[in-house]
Design a protein around this ligand. Structure first.
Ligand code: ADP
Ligand code: MG
Length: 402
């Protein structure tokens, strides 16, 4: 078990808190503050325990290899836009420092009193951040007494702020730990990796088989059934010799899909009917298919009515459910029914239910079903990699044990 923030003495200590404040911005304002809200529990704990809090986070991408794009990215992804929202939500003035390293940062940290909060500029302004640069890591390590990683969404990346700084601080004998958010993520996703209650049902959708190969391979031995939806289905169905019309198919994965299906011992369940259209943007035909075959020229955009019933009958018996990937093109109201149905069915089942995946989390939020799930992961890529790598992520592995 990894060391948690509440295992460490933070009284009067400088805590380097790697948060995930990579929030969506519009015209210099925070459009959705969910990621900041998710961090409040850890910040409040540190305040209550008299810590001096130095927060670092990335914000968007900065393309260092392209000088023109870099200037544009730096202008756009300025943490100064985020700082007022952090102050507002924490309920306390957070001091924003328009620098990532150097004297300005070091001096500001030296002057801190307990319960002070400093927010550093976007970590990705530093070219060394994504390269896990040793010098940058050492500088950040020099600022603090304690390292706390609470940026679950970036734990799958071994960057200077998520990995290097923790490594250096460990070498210096300073404690490293995870915050409340990472703890909840690891606990909940962990229950889909080992020690899960059975029947364990996995629901996988989304656009590409190729994105999910490692996840399917990782989950197949664990799950009783893997229900497939989304565009992924049509690669499987075509591989098994069905007519898929003009549906999205990854032709270079047909062989893989066939092989996987043949060795899965009937664990993989595929749609038995579909919602079909003639044109995604401007359909003149929208109809449920009559069975599994898809007419030439038509496109499957969602699972069909019989599939919903079939999947519901399997989901209703589950004790553990992991769901990743929508059942159809849910962004379009007309094609959202299958995703919504699966969302409601899982949400209304009295089982341990976890959502991992950015688009699936968006769907559940859209349907206002978030509270009905045991856990909705805040990290799309990170949750996927945690599942694929049997519970391991670089940003978590580097942290001290309890
Ligand atoms: P997640 O982020 O939850 O892991 P993915 O990124 O794998 O999910 O897939 C989400 C995308 O898959 C959505 O944008 C959705 O529109 C698309 N999708 C789902 N079903 C279909 C389909 N039948 N045809 C085309 N795209 C689809
Ligand atoms: Mg996605």
């Amino acid at each position: 078990m990894k060391k948690k923030i509440y295992h460490v003495d933070v009284n009067n200590k400088v805590v380097f808190l790697r948060a995930d404040f990579n929030v969506p911005l519009k015209d210099g304002e925070v459009k959705n503050a969910k990621r900041i809200t998710a961090e409040l529990k850890t910040i409040q704990y540190l305040l209550d325990n008299n810590a001096k809090i130095v927060i670092a986070s990335h914000l968007g991408k900065v393309k260092h290899s392209d000088p023109e794009k870099k200037i544009e990215d730096i202008k756009k992804n300025n943490m100064a836009f985020v700082a007022p929202k952090v102050s507002e939500l924490v309920g306390k003035q957070v001091k924003f420092i328009d620098a990532t390293r150097g004297d300005e940062v070091a001096n500001a940290v030296k002057e801190m009193q307990p319960k002070d909060i400093i927010l550093l500029q976007n970590t990705r302004y530093e070219v060394g951040e994504e390269k896990n640069d040793a010098e940058l890591s050492s500088f950040w390590a020099s600022l603090a007494d304690v390292y706390c990683n609470d940026a679950f969404g970036t734990c799958h990346r071994a960057h200077a702020s998520t990995y290097g700084v923790a490594e250096v601080m460990k070498q210096q004998g300073k404690p490293t730990c995870i915050g409340y958010l990472v703890e909840k993520e690891v606990d909940s996703l962990g229950k889909c990796i080992s020690g899960y209650q059975t029947p364990y049902i996995v629901v996988l959708g989304g656009s590409k088989v190729s994105d999910k190969i490692k996840m399917i391979e990782g989950l197949l031995p664990k799950a009783e059934k893997v229900l497939i939806g989304g565009a992924m289905s049509y690669t499987f169905l075509k591989a098994l010799g069905h007519n898929v019309g003009k549906s999205l198919v990854e032709d270079d994965r047909l062989e893989y899909a066939k092989d996987l299906y043949e060795r899965c011992n009937d664990k993989i369940v595929l749609p038995v009917d579909h919602l079909l259209v003639d044109d995604i943007a401007n359909p003149t035909i929208i109809k449920n298919s009559n069975g599994i075959e898809i007419d030439d020229g038509l496109i499957a955009v969602d699972v069909g009515e019989e599939t919903k019933k079939l999947y519901a009958s399997i989901i209703e018996n589950a004790k553990t459910i992991f769901w990743n990937g929508p059942m159809g093109i849910f962004e379009d109201e007309r094609y959202a029914s299958g995703t919504k149905f699966v969302c409601e069915t899982i949400g209304n089942t009295n089982c341990f239910s976890v959502i991992g995946g950015g688009d699936s989390a968006t769907a559940v939020e859209k349907f206002k079903y978030e509270d009905k799930f045991s856990h909705v992961s805040t990290g799309g890529g990170a949750s996927a990699e945690l599942i694929e790598n049997d519970g391991h992520l670089p940003g978590i592995d580097i942290i001290d044990e309890e």
